[in-house]
Every structure is written in structure tokens, then in C-alpha cells.
Design a protein around this ligand. Structure first.
Ligand code: NAD
Length: 359
């Protein structure tokens, strides 16, 4: 069996640090095991025409990808992948795969649900704090050799007493809310289809109403037909002036230009996250450099919140476990199934819309 893994080149860092498992060098730590079982693992970072991706996809039975350096599996590529039976996302979020085409071609899609949800939730908390407290310009000032406290303090606030809301309160959104509890925010709101157990968090029935109450909005829902471009000019109009927005879910949930305009005008005080509508983000992507009128408010980083070394150990182990189940015919964990076949079909998770709850 040929297993194709589209990962990213970790270069010297991957040689120096073998725990960088999600790289072409370290191959999720599964190469020796697969070879010993008589299977072939091909790993590459290259996409596009004439790439290893397209060459090996033609006869690969299993495709492993990650959301961090996604091998975009389009309908056209699925049609060429005559032998493909299983796609594994080493991580969470399989929107880089055309899930409808996978259904049509009876290709299973599984991901390692829950593997990096704590990693992302911690990053969201960090991003909220760095925006609200105006951290990035303060640090840049220190590196420049300057010291003008008023230039920073004029736009620095406490998180205590603020209203924070999450669009999506699944595994990550719920953990974000839990981690916000000790900050004594004024209220913690969420918009999701399914309510959380009654408690400290207030369910909102309409997204526009929720964002109009929030000082901080965080996006934690999957990318699907219903969320693409959700945060656009129309929704941003409902945000409070000077609100902060954090998106570690998927870049395409936010309209690139609408967010940039809102930040540049000061309607948003800050935008932070690690996900981009195309990855790797082009050098001139406006989110790399756009600032609020005071020269701050940008907390963008490359897509790494869910790929800490701790998370990599979990999604590498989860990938191996999915492969072991596949090879031995054992049922897959239903929480991992995005597109299933027959008896393995997930009822909790229709293609394109991950609706699993916290676990
Ligand atoms: N940046 C990263 O490294 C990283 C890592 C992991 C996951 N993610 C992203 O975060 C997303 C959420 O992950 P999760 O593990 O919490 O998934 P999850 O399935 O546990 O939760 C997603 C929640 O979003 C809700 N939802 C769906 N559509 C919605 C909508 N239109 N409005 C409001 N809520 C909606 C679902 O009902 C569900 O409760 C993933 O789909 C992925 O795109 C990013």
C-alpha cells in the first residue's frame, strides 16, 4: 500500500528537533513502522502540476495532510486519485479537502479530533490578551530602543470587565470560555447551534446581536459553506467600535479586505490569529502588515497555534491509530470521522460541517 503524506519541510529545525513530527523529515514518526509492515510512505511538501503530490496521488491508497501546510485536495485531483480510499488530516479541520467529492468517490476522511484543541484555546487566550493589552507595539518599542509609555498605555486595557463572545462553542470555543472564567469578564457569550450545559456562559440566538455586545469576538467554528466570509462588511458593521477580533479557526471565515479596512479605520482595534485564506500566505498579504490608526493591533502569526510540540505528539499518535484501525479493519473512533463509509459513517458529523461536541 502506498501512503502519501503532504507535510512541510522543517529543514534544519526538523533535524535538530526530532519532535517536529509534522515535517517531511520526521514523517509523523510513522515511516519505520509502515515500512516494517510492508507499506511505502512517500512524504513531500510540493504541490501544483508535476509535483510529488500529483505524481503519487495517482496510485496512493492513503493520503495524509495537515491543515498547517495543506495539500489542497480538489475535486479535479480526487478524480485523478483512482486508488485513494482514505484521507487522514493530522490535526483538526478538513476544509482543504473537497468533502462532497470525497463522498461521491467513496473516500473516507478522518481527522484526529481533539488533538490540538487545548493548544489552540491557549493561543486564543494569548491573542486576546496581547491585543487588549497592546503588547506587540510595546515590545517593538523596546526593541527599537525607545521608551514612551504613554504611546502604549493610551490603547491598553484590562480584560476584566469586558464582554467576550465566541462564534462556535465546540471543543475549542468551550475551552476558550472555560479559560476566560478567572479573568472576571463582564459576560461570556457564545453563538452555536447546540447549547452548552447551563452555567456561566450565555447563549446568543443571533450572531449580529452577539457581536454588537462584545468587546472581544473570537471565531471558533469550522469553515464550511455557511461560514465562508461570515465576518464581512455586513457583520463588522454590528461590531462595537474599537472591538478586538481573534480568529484561529480558518482564514476564509473572515473577509480579508473587510477585516483589513475595519482595522485600518479603527473600527476594529485589533485582529489576531494564525489562519490565512491561502497558506502559506503570500508575502504581500494585507493581514501581515495592516495596523490600526495608532500603529498597533496586529497579532498575526503563521499557522502554528495547533502545532505545538505537545500537539504534534498527539496528532502523530492519532494518525498512526487511524492507520492501524484501517489496516486491521477495526472501527474508527466516530469522533474522528468527517466522511465515513457504511457502518463507519458518522451520524454526528455530516460532510463539511463538523458538529461534534466537546469530549
Ligand atoms: N489554528 C489551528 O491550528 C487550528 C487547530 C484546530 C482547529 N482549528 C479550527 O477550529 C475549528 C473548530 O475546532 P473544534 O475542535 O472546536 O471543532 P468542534 O467541531 O468541536 O466545534 C465546532 C463548533 O462550531 C459550531 N458551528 C458550526 N457552524 C457554526 C456557525 N455557522 N456558527 C456558530 N457555530 C458553528 C459547531 O456546532 C461546533 O459546536 C476547526 O474546524 C478548525 O477549522 C484551527
Amino acid at each position: 500500500m502506498k501512503v502519501l503524506a503532504i507535510l512541510y519541510d522543517g529543514k534544519q529545525a526538523a533535524v535538530d528537533e526530532p519532535r517536529l513530527l509534522g515535517t517531511t523529515e520526521n514523517k509523523l514518526g510513522i515511516a519505520d513502522w509502515l515500512n516494517s509492515e510492508g507499506h511505502e510512505l512517500v512524504s513531500s511538501s510540493k504541490e501544483g502540476p508535476d509535483s510529488d503530490f500529483q505524481k503519487h496521488l495517482v496510485d496512493a491508497e492513503v493520503l495524509i495532510t495537515t491543515p498547517f501546510h495543506p495539500g489542497y485536495l480538489t475535486k479535479e485531483l480526487i478524480e485523478k486519485a483512482k486508488n485513494l480510499k482514505l484521507c487522514i488530516t493530522a490535526g483538526v479541520g478538513s476544509d482543504h479537502i473537497d468533502l462532497n467529492a470525497a463522498v461521491d468517490h467513496k473516500i473516507q476522511v478522518l481527522e484526529v479530533s481533539g488533538s490540538n484543541v487545548v493548544s489552540v484555546a491557549e493561543h486564543v487566550i494569548m491573542s486576546i490578551l496581547l491585543l487588549v493589552r497592546n503588547f506587540v507595539p510595546a515590545h517593538e518599542m523596546i526593541e527599537r530602543g525607545d521608551w514612551q509609555v504613554s504611546d502604549i498605555a493610551r490603547n491598553a486595557f484590562d480584560l476584566e470587565g469586558k464582554v467576550v463572545g465566541t462564534i462556535g462553542a465546540g471543543r475549542i470555543g468551550y475551552r476558550v470560555l472555560q479559560r476566560l472564567l478567572p479573568f472576571d469578564c463582564k459576560s461570556l457569550l457564545y453563538y452555536d447551534y447546540a447549547p452548552l450545559p447551563a452555567g456561566a456562559f450565555v447563549s446568543m440566538r443571533v450572531t449580529t446581536e452577539m457581536v454588537s455586545k462584545c468587546d472581544v469576538v473570537t471565531v471558533n467554528c469550522p469553515l464550511h459553506e455557511g461560514t465562508k466570509g461570515l465576518v464581512n462588511d455586513d457583520l463588522l458593521k454590528h461590531f462595537k467600535k474599537g472591538a478586538w477580533l481573534v480568529n484561529t479557526a480558518r482564514g476564509a471565515i473572515c473577509d480579508k479586505d473587510a477585516v483589513a479596512r475595519a482595522l485600518a479605520s479603527g473600527h476594529l482595534s485589533g485582529y489576531a490569529g494564525d489562519v490565512w485564506n491561502v497558506q502559506p500566505a503570500p508575502k504581500d498579504h494585507v493581514w501581515r502588515t495592516v495596523k490600526n490608526p495608532l500603529g498597533g493591533g496586529n497579532g498575526m502569526v503563521p499557522h502554528y497555534s495547533g502545532t505545538t510540540l505537545d500537539a504534534q505528539a498527539r496528532y502523530a499518535a492519532g494518525t498512526r491509530s487511524i492507520l492501524e484501525n484501517y489496516l486491521t479493519g477495526k472501527p474508527q473512533d466516530p469522533a474522528n470521522i468527517i466522511v465515513g463509509l457504511g457502518k463507519y459513517e458518522s451520524k454526528a458529523c455530516p460532510p463539511g460541517i463538523a458538529t461534534q461536541r466537546k469530549s
